[in-house]
Design a protein around this ligand. Sequence first.
Ligand code: SF4
Length: 347
Amino acid sequence: MTRPDIAPPGDPRMTTIASIPLSDVRAALAQPAQRAEARWCVAEVAALFELPFMELLFRAQRTHREHFDPSEVQLSTLLSIKTGGCPEDCGYCPQSAHFDTGVAAGKLMAVQEVVEAARAAKANGATRFCMGAAWRSPKARDMVPVAEMVREVKALGLETCMTLGMLDAEQAHALEQAGLDYYNHNLDSAPDFYGSIIGTRQYQDRLDTLINVRQAGLKVCCGGIVGMGESRVQRAGLIAQLANLDPYPESVPINNLVQVPGTPLAGTEPIDPFEFVRTIAAARITMPRAMVRLSAGREQMDEALQALCFAAGANSIFYGDKLLTTGNPQVERDRALFQRLGLRTTA
Ligand code: SF4
């Protein structure tokens, strides 16, 4: 399935900033209110990255305030319901069976175990419960228990999100019928960098899953990873792809690569922290009503950097599975940071 409104690799819209007259870029950037809901070409997003840091931050914060209370942060927690042994070869992932990372392949958790974990997360302040399985795509026999998980977690009063790999239209519909709120499926990177990271499935496979998810009436959680050795223009390419999904995702997780020994991306030059903040700001400006989520890599950031990310428009964080246990020191540190910054957690 192809989708005419998404620029494939080689499309003229996927051009580099150098080929766009500067006057055009300036004119586009001079109208942030109009630009916010329009389509973004890579050059325009790259031009955002090129802005002086304070100017970019100001524009992102201004956009953020038009749509959100800048003092509110939403918490999500993630449970791995099936860990390791994945047949895909995503170069950043310790759960891939292609790499020797010491992560053992587990079985799908029992429904009641998942429900107990969700109950604990809720008691610790989570409002959305995300369940992830390391699959290429769910098999028919998997759909019955995962649908049951959705029903039971939702009955606790939590929003539900799942990430199970690629979905066909029927599977997406089944999850929607079970009451699933969000489906997570990341684009990971720009189309012209994607093939350097993943060989077992194509960019178009990801776009097709996103189409199936949307057509089933589910909300979309979709973002990517930076710090994998991509260029700035490729980071802009990822943001442009996300922003041009129609509609753009309700949730946009921005991950900073966590380098895991044994994966091909271990040893990659880390991204400049300010470049990460720029990526958050570009996501906020181009997807003004999305929840922009600080996800993987947050624990490697110091508090000042996290505060800059919130200033750039991040308004959601992943707590990983930390909310599943009480008295976790990382949770206490996060709460203390929110207090120092005057941030409130919200649904
Ligand atoms: S599909 Fe998901 S679990 Fe599997 S290797 Fe890729 S990122 Fe890891």
